[in-house]
Design a protein around this ligand. Structure first.
Ligand SMILES: Cc1cc2nc3c(=O)[nH]c(=O)nc-3n(C[C@H](O)[C@H](O)[C@H](O)COP(=O)(O)OP(=O)(O)OC[C@H]3O[C@@H](n4cnc5c(N)ncnc54)[C@H](O)[C@@H]3O)c2cc1C
Length: 492
C-alpha cells in the first residue's frame, strides 16, 4: 500500500517533532522550512568564535514525564547530552530593596525567604507547599480529543489533591494568589509584586514552574538551542524524513474544503494527503489560508488575547572569564528610555557560558543583555532609524555591563544586537511574540484546537495552540497531531 503523504510547514521544534513522529508512525513526510537552518526560534548564532544563544534557559521534562519521553524519542536528550540543574533560578536586584533570590530547590528557597522575612514564615511555607505539590503535575500522553473518560478518572483517583489545586489556581492571576497569602514583609511584597503583579500571568504557571525546578525536571542542556534543534533534524532525516530548507510556503491549497497541498513563494506546488502548519499561527490563518477559515474563537484569540512582549538582545563576546552569582541576573528599574523607546521592565544579564563551555572560547565569556521592547516601537521603523536605535542599544549595553562588571569594556571583542525585527525576519513569528499568547489567569486552561471546522485534512500545531508556548508544548503538539491522524486513518 502506498504510504500516506504529509506536508509540514515550518521546521521549528513543533514541525520537527511532527515530522519525527510522522516517520515513526509510517507516513511519508516532507517539511518545508523558510530559513536555511532548522529550529525556528530555538536557535543561536556564531560570531568570531562566540555563540549567542537565543532561546534555551531551561527545558521542562529533563528528568521525567510525558515531555521527557518526547525529548528522548526526538533525540533532544540522549546519553551524550549533559544536563545542568542550576542552584539559583534568578537573582533580582533593585537599587532600593537590594537582592532577591529565587532558588530552584523549593526547600532552600523556603529557608532563604524565612530567614529574610521571619514574620511571614507560615505564608512562605504554604506557598512552598503548593510548589512542592505542583511538581507532581504530569502532562497527558494522549491528545485531548483521544482521551477517554477513564483517562481522566485515573488522574482524579491518583492526584485528587493536585487537581483541586490546579482547578483553584488555573484561573487566578499570580498577583491575586500572592495577595491572598497576605505577606507582611515590605521586601517580599515589593519583589513579588514587581515580578508577578504587573501582568495577569497565571498563578498556576508560577506554582508549577517552580515545582518542576524543585524536582530537577527543568534543566539546561549544554550546547543550548541550536544543537538541540540539529539533533531533532538528524533524528528526522535518519527516519527517512525530507527536510527542505530555504523554502517558504505562500499558500495552502484547498479544494472542496479539503487542504490538498501548498504553493511555495517560487510558485512550485506540492500535494499531499494531509497538511500540517507548524509555522506562525497568525501567518497560517491570515496569509496562507487568506483569512477564509477563521472561527469566532480564532478571531477572538488573535484580536484580544495578550501576547508576550518581544525584546532586544545585546550580546557580548568578552576576552576574560567572567563569573556571576547566577546565570541570570535581572535588574528591576523604573521606566527608562533608550532613544525615544520606553523600557518598562528593567533588563537582565545572562552568563550561560559559565555552565556551558560551547558558548565561548576557552578563557572567554559570552554575556547576553535583554530589554523588553514593544513590537509597536519597531514595526514601522525606517532603515536609518533602525540602525541608529541598534547603536543606541549597543551603547547602553556597554554602559550597563561596565556598571556591573567594572573594567570589562576593554575586553569586549564582539557585540551583536538582535531586535524584535530580527526574530520576525527569520521565523515569521507574529509581532515578535516569542512564546505566543501570554498565559494570563483567565485563559491558561484554554488551548486552541488543532483542527478547523470546515477544512478537512488540515491541522495546526506549535506554540500558538497553547497560551504560554515554549518548547515542551510545541514538541508535544507534533506528537499529538500524529496520534490524531493515525486515529482518523483507523476510523476511515
Ligand atoms: C529568546 C527566547 C527564549 C526562550 N526561552 C525558552 C526556554 O527557556 N524554554 C522554553 O521551553 N521555551 C523558550 N522559548 C520559546 C520557544 O523557543 C518557542 O515557544 C518554540 O521554539 C516555538 O516552537 P514552534 O515550532 O511552535 O515555532 P517557531 O520556533 O516559531 O517555528 C516556526 C517555524 O516555521 C517557519 N516558518 C514560518 N513561516 C513559514 C512559511 N511560510 N514557510 C515555511 N516555513 C515557515 C519558521 O521559519 C520557523 O522555523 C524561548 C523563545 C525565545 C525567542
Amino acid at each position: 500500500m502506498l504510504k500516506k503523504k504529509i506536508i509540514i510547514i515550518g521546521g521549528g521544534v513543533a514541525g520537527l517533532s511532527a515530522g519525527i513522529y510522522g516517520q515513526m508512525f509510517g507516513f511519508e513526510t516532507l517539511i518545508f522550512e523558510m530559513h536555511n537552518v532548522p529550529g525556528g526560534q530555538c536557535t543561536a548564532w556564531d560570531r568570531n568564535g562566540y555563540r549567542f544563544d537565543y532561546c534555551l534557559h531551561w527545558l521542562i521534562g529533563t528528568r521525567t514525564s510525558a515531555f521527557h519521553d518526547i525529548w528522548k524519542e526526538t533525540n533532544v536528550i540522549n546519553d551524550n547530552v549533559v544536563i545542568v540543574d542550576n542552584e539559583i533560578h534568578t537573582v533580582y536586584i533593585d537599587d532600593t530593596w537590594g537582592e532577591f533570590i529565587i532558588y530552584n530547590n523549593v526547600d532552600k528557597w523556603q529557608e532563604y525567604l524565612t530567614s529574610k522575612a521571619p514574620e511571614d514564615a507560615l505564608a512562605i511555607r504554604n506557598m512552598c507547599d503548593h510548589m512542592r505539590m505542583g511538581a507532581g503535575f504530569e502532562p497527558f500522553f494522549k491528545a485531548p480529543s483521544l482521551r477517554s473518560f477513564l483517562d481522566y478518572v485515573r488522574v482524579l483517583l491518583t492526584k485528587t489533591k493536585l487537581l483541586f489545586m490546579l482547578n483553584r489556581y488555573s484561573k487566578m492571576p499570580a498577583k491575586t494568589y500572592f495577595n491572598k497569602l497576605k505577606f507582611k514583609s515590605p521586601w517580599l511584597r515589593f519583589f513579588l509584586h514587581k515580578l508577578f503583579g504587573e501582568t495577569n500571568f497565571s498563578a498556576l504557571i508560577v506554582i508549577m514552574m517552580l515545582g518542576w525546578f524543585h524536582l530537577k525536571n527543568a534543566g539546561y542542556l549544554v550546547g543550548g538551542s541550536l544543537p538541540l534543534a540539529l539533533r531533532m533534524a538528524d533524528r528526522y532525516r535518519d527516519l527517512g524524513g525530507k527536510l527542505q530548507l530555504g523554502k517558504k510556503v505562500e499558500k495552502i491549497l484547498v479544494e472542496k474544503n479539503r487542504a490538498t497541498g501548498i504553493q511555495l513563494t517560487d510558485g512550485t506546488v506540492y500535494h499531499a494527503d494531509y497538511i500540517i502548519s507548524a509555522a506562525d499561527g497568525h501567518a497560517t490563518l491570515f496569509d496562507m489560508l487568506e483569512g477564509k477559515y477563521l472561527t469566532p474563537e480564532l478571531r477572538r484569540a488573535y484580536s484580544t488575547w495578550d501576547l508576550y512582549d518581544p525584546f532586544v538582545q545585546v550580546a557580548f563576546g568578552v576576552n576574560d572569564r567572567i563569573r556571576s552569582k547566577a546565570v541570570t541576573t535581572a535588574y528591576i528599574k523604573d521606566i527608562f528610555t533608550i532613544g525615544n523607546l520606553e523600557i518598562r521592565h528593567g533588563y537582565s544579564i545572562m552568563n550561560q557560558s559559565m555552565n556551558d563551555p560551547t558558548l565561548a572560547p576557552e578563557g572567554k565569556t559570552s554575556l547576553v543583555l535583554r530589554f523588553d521592547s514593544a513590537w509597536e516601537d519597531w514595526e514601522n521603523i525606517g532603515a536609518e532609524d533602525y540602525k541608529r536605535l541598534k547603536d543606541l542599544f549597543k551603547d547602553k549595553g556597554i554602559k550597563l555591563l561596565e556598571k556591573h562588571y567594572p573594567g570589562i569594556t576593554c575586553n569586549i571583542e564582539v557585540i551583536d544586537v538582535a531586535t524584535p525585527k530580527t526574530n520576525v525576519k527569520y521565523t515569521g513569528v507574529w509581532k515578535g511574540a516569542y512564546e505566543g499568547f501570554l498565559p494570563t489567569g483567565n485563559m491558561v486552561k484554554k488551548t486552541l484546537k488543532p483542527t478547523i471546522p470546515g477544512l478537512k485534512s488540515f491541522y495546526m500545531i506549535g506554540q500558538w495552540m497553547f497560551p504560554g508556548g515554549g518548547l515542551p508544548p510545541a514538541a508535544q503538539s507534533g506528537q499529538w497531531v500524529m496520534q490524531m491522524i493515525c486515529r482518523n486513518r483507523k476510523n476511515t
